[in-house]
Design a protein around this ligand. Sequence first.
Ligand code: ZN
Length: 55
Amino acid sequence: MMNVWMCRECGFIYDPAVGDLDSNIKAGTAFEQVSAEWSCPVCYAEKTTFAVLLS
Ligand SMILES: [Zn+2]
């Protein structure tokens, strides 16, 4: 089971079952596997701004 993560700035949810198609991150990609260069697609916060929402 992969963790769901949330942006602490804007509340955007990163769901690994969905990925982030706008950033070419395929469905099924765990947050841990997302590039450190990735940022929130809504508010552009750094990846480190995200916290685990569900596990
Ligand atoms: Zn955000």
